[in-house]
Design a protein around this ligand. Structure first.
Ligand SMILES: *Cc1c(COP(=O)(O)O)cnc(C)c1O
Length: 392
């Protein structure tokens, strides 16, 4: 017997969700009420106003916390709102260490929003944890990590960086959007907080925008709940229900994403029109060994450098029929995009080049369609890229 409670595939379906005590409904009700009746002033059943707390949101927060192995889940209206809440727990004059290759919107929050409020950030390649230690300043109050990173699929050693953060006496936040708790659990590796865009794999069907922070630290949980209700970036009850529904199949979806992405990455690595492939499951990937150590699977995201630069990349993307040319990731449907023009346009050109986001770089979110259809589709793109002027 396994006595640590239900395993992840079971938690996806049941955690945080009890049949409705009133009706016996097996699925969590969508409680749309903005306010809740009180027997007398202050005498309520745990809910008074839906910005502060909502039963559908509570179910989602419980499920997410269980999946990440944390005590508290705090849900937000988007991944960016979740990130902002974490950063609003800091104050003017504080300093954050951030890995250099982060989601474009995360970079923008640091660079264009909170810099004006006096929050300082240093972006650095965290591949060498010793460099992270050297970069710690007396006013450093947080380390922010994204692994696998977006879009270069860099892998950073969560346990080693958690040690550095611990020695510095500051929390480590890990954006776990790309891996999901099915493949990687940062809290188990020493992180203090996990941040998610639930828009991506957790919901998994490209029909919700949402976010969450998960932690076991009581002090951080209190701050995050306070910011959730004070700043008010909360998700709607309907969106919470949608994410709960999507989460039920997270286990099976991730297995297929990982399996298909590995096959396509191997295929791309052998392709004559591909200059480089970035996928942590390839033995040639710089972070392969750390990924193998800290992840249970290498994920469903692949980036690759197509020969021929921007013209070839444009022709490739215009001629795909199954992979939709679109931003975002993590849905059942396959997507392809051009980071330099699309998702990472908010990163200055010079910084993009330094990270390695070139004009021929294409990022794939491998969906769960038939794998041979996906392979054929990529071939359609390659054919068009060989002669960009001939294609549509
Ligand atoms: C999409 C994304 C975010 C931001 O989430 P939104 O839900 O779009 O606000 C943050 N981090 C990563 C890794 C993402 O992919």
């Amino acid at each position: 017997m396994h006595d640590e409670g239900p395993r992840l595939d079971t938690l996806c379906i049941h955690a945080g969700q009890e049949p409705d005590p009133v009706s016996g409904a097996v699925m969590t009700p969508i409680v749309l009420a903005s306010t809740f009746v009180q027997d007398g002033p202050g005498a309520h059943k745990g809910y008074d106003y839906s910005r502060a707390g909502n039963p559908t949101r509570t179910a989602l927060e419980g499920c997410l916390a269980a999946l990440e192995g944390g005590k508290h889940g705090v849900a937000f209206g988007s991944g960016c709102a979740a990130t902002t809440a974490v950063l609003l727990s800091l104050k003017a004059g504080d300093h954050v260490l951030v890995c250099d290759d982060v989601y474009g919107g995360t970079f923008r929050i640091f660079d264009k929003v909170l810099k004006q409020w006096g929050l300082e950030a240093t972006f650095l390649d965290m591949s060498d944890p010793a460099k992270v230690r050297e970069a710690v300043r007396p006013n450093t109050r947080l380390v922010w990590l994204e692994t696998p990173s977006n879009p270069m699929l860099k892998i950073f050693d969560i346990a080693a960086i958690a040690d550095v953060a611990k020695q510095a006496g500051v929390p480590l936040a890990v954006d776990n959007t790309f891996a999901t708790p099915m493949l990687q659990r940062p809290l188990d590796l020493g992180a203090s907080m996990v941040v998610h865009s639930t828009t991506k794999y957790l919901n998994g069907h490209s029909d919700v925008v949402g976010g969450a922070v998960i932690t076991s630290d009581e002090g951080l949980a209190e701050k995050l709940h306070f910011l959730q209700k004070s700043v008010g970036g909360v998700p709607s009850p309907f969106d919470c229900y949608m994410v709960l529904r999507g989460l039920k199949t997270l286990g099976v979806r991730m297995k297929q994403h990982v399996k298909s992405a590995q096959v396509l990455a191997d295929h791309l690595a052998r392709h004559p029109q591909v200059e480089r492939v970035f996928y942590p499951g390839l033995a040639s990937h710089k972070g392969h060994e750390i990924a193998a150590k800290q992840m249970k699977g290498f994920g469903g995201m692949i980036s690759f450098e197509l020969a021929g630069g921007l013209d070839a990349a444009t022709a490739f993307l215009k001629n795909l029929r199954i992979f939709a040319c679109a931003e975002s990731l993590g849905g059942v449907e396959s997507l392809a995009e051009h980071p330099a023009i699309m998702t990472h346009a908010s990163v200055p050109a010079e910084a993009r080049r330094a990270i390695g986001i070139g004009d021929g770089l294409i990022r794939l979110s491998v969906g769960v369609e038939d794998l041979d259809d996906l392979k054929d589709d990529l071939e359609r793109g390659f054919k068009a890229a060989r002669d960009p002027r001939a294609g549509g």
